[in-house]
Structures are given as C-alpha cells and as structure tokens.
Ligand binder design. Structure first.
Ligand SMILES: NC(=O)c1ccc[n+]([C@@H]2O[C@H](COP(=O)([O-])OP(=O)(O)OC[C@H]3O[C@@H](n4cnc5c(N)ncnc54)[C@H](OP(=O)(O)O)[C@@H]3O)[C@@H](O)[C@H]2O)c1
Length: 276
C-alpha cells in the first residue's frame, strides 16, 4: 500500500498531498473503485452533492473499515446558497454520506450573480463550531472573492479547489493562496486525459525519471504545493497516479511543464460561470 504524505492546513488539520476525484464514480462499480483506492492508500475522496454519489462515498467509507483515517470532501451546490439553505444542505449531505462530520466542506461555485456565498461561508463556519464540519473551504474562487471572504468573516478558507493543470497553472492565484495560507487543490489535474499526456515536454520529463507522463504531471502538481485529485475508476491507474512521491522534478522541469500554459480548457470562469 502506498503512503501519501500530508500537509497541515491553516486550521491545523492534516490534508493529503494527493486525493481521489470521484466525478462519475457511481453505483456498485463506483463503490468498488473507491474501496480499491482506499485499499491502495488514498485517504482523501472528493465528492459533491452535484456528483450524485454521496451515498456511494459513504458506502465505500463503511466498507473500508478505516473511517477515522479518511478525509471526505463534499460541496454545497449553487441552489443551496444562503445561511439556512447551507445548513439544510449539509444535513442532507451528512445523511446521504452516513457520517457524523464532513471533513472538508467546500462551496462548489461562487455564483457571484446570486451573491450569497458569504452567507453560505458563515453557515459553514457555524457548522464547524458545532463539530459537523472539520475544515471549511471553497472551490472556483478568485482572488477578489477570497479577499471578500477574509474581510467579511476574518477567516481564510483552508482550501480553494480550482481548475489547475499544465495548460492552466494558475500562477497568480497560487501566489495569493501562499500569501494567505490557503491550500491549493487541483481539479481535472490530468486535464481529463486530453492531449496533455502526449505532450513531448511531458514525455521527456517522464523519461528522465523513468515514470509515466501521468506521474510526471501529478508530481508537477505536488511540487507546486497543490493537491491533485485525479479521478480513475481503474485500480492499476489509481496506483500509478498515487505513486509519485519517489522522485523530484528540477526547477527547469517544472518551468518547462508550466510553459504549456494556454488558459482554461472549459467554460469555467468563476466570474461568469454558474452552477446550481
Ligand atoms: N470543483 C469543481 O468545480 C470540479 C470540477 C471538475 C472536477 N472536479 C473534481 O476533480 C476530479 C478530477 O477531475 P476530472 O475527473 O474532471 O479529470 P482528471 O482527473 O483530470 O481526469 C480523469 C480522466 O483521466 C483518466 N485517467 C486517470 N488516470 C489515468 C492514467 N493514469 N492514465 C490514463 N488515463 C487516466 C480517467 O479515466 P479512468 O477512470 O478510466 O482511469 C478519466 O477519464 C473530479 O473527479 C472531481 O472530483 C471538481
């Protein structure tokens, strides 16, 4: 079994340097895939109300028999923004997960036109005080949105989960996170297996270290101090993806991979994109 290292979040909780994405892992096959990942050493599972798989995540936690070692993430959907709505949403997530506590609770998208993410955040902090949430974070937040949360509540989120891969390295946002003690988490870290994995520069870095292109990309994430959450339904690819801590990329290699930057791959600008 692999051992995935951890870092300490700004609230004092430990957080793995790599986790499992669970989008599209549903039904019995989804549970099997999550149980396999936990058996292979994964401790962080990333779910959301809108993935419609919280029940499966909870089932995988129970089957693993190691609930206390696991860190389960779920997210407030846009339709549940607002203080009371978020408290209700959390209750629904806890029930579907079958857990007493959400280890990392995120606002899935800021939906700035609705303008209720600060209220949701206050509710999440209250849930943390009640022991129903361990760490409070956000997803798809810009620097301006993070600044507003900090100004209005005095509490920096523990995590901001954002689109991040070699085509969109998010240099400025990562620097802002570092300055405010916010842990970066990378969604779609493999750019959803697009042509990224056949880029010559990634092939060269991988060959230099005797690893696969996927491993080179995931090590690039961890060396940028971001926690990637690659999704794989396949146990052998799960092992490949998590086995990235035995080699170190040079500064030049990190820069060469980051030079693939070309911008967002999907229509996910947090200032305009809305998800309910
Ligand atoms: N907060 C947000 O707004 C947001 C948005 C998008 C995603 N997410 C989270 O981020 C997670 C990861 O993102 P993602 O699922 O979009 O994309 P991803 O992890 O970048 O890529 C997943 C794809 O890569 C394949 N893959 C995984 N490991 C591989 C390997 N070693 N070799 C070849 N192919 C491999 C998977 O197929 P197999 O399953 O067949 O291996 C799947 O098709 C999601 O599952 C979700 O939890 C969050």
């Amino acid at each position: 079994m692999l051992t995935i290292p951890t870092v300490t979040l700004n609230d004092g909780n430990d957080f793995p340097e790599l986790g499992l994405g669970t989008y599209n892992l549903r039904g019995d096959e989804g549970v099997d895939a999550m149980v396999a990942a936990i058996g292979n050493g994964y401790r962080l599972l990333d779910s959301a109300v809108n993935y419609e798989n919280e029940t499966e995540v909870g089932e995988a936690v129970r089957r693993s028999g190691i609930r206390d070692e696991l860190l389960i993430t779920t997210k407030v959907p846009g339709r549940d923004h607002g203080f009371d709505e978020t408290v209700r949403s959390a209750a629904g997530s806890l029930e579907r997960l079958g857990l007493e506590c959400i280890d990392l609770y995120l606002i899935h998208w800021p939906n700035p036109r609705v303008d209720k993410y600060v209220e949701s955040y206050r509710a999440m902090l209250a849930l943390r005080d009640e022991g129903k949430v361990r760490s409070v974070g956000v997803s798809n937040f810009t620097e301006a949105m993070l600044s507003r949360l900090i100004e209005e509540t005095g509490v920096a989120p523990a995590v901001n989960q954002v689109e991040l891969h070699p085509y969109f390295p998010q240099q400025h946002l990562r620097a802002f996170h570092a300055a405010h003690g916010i842990r970066t988490e990378s969604w779609s870290p493999l750019a959803r297996r697009s042509e990224l994995l056949t880029e010559p520069v990634i092939a060269d870095v991988a060959a230099a270290h005797g690893v696969t292109p996927t491993q080179a990309v995931l090590r690039w994430h961890t060396m940028l101090s971001s926690t990637p959450i690659p999704k794989s339904a396949d146990p052998s690819r799960q092992i490949e993806n998590a086995d990235v801590f035995g080699f170190t990329l040079s500064g030049d290699e990190i820069a060469a991979i980051s030079a693939l930057e070309r911008g967002r791959l999907w229509d996910g600008d947090p200032d305009t994109h809305e998800e309910m």
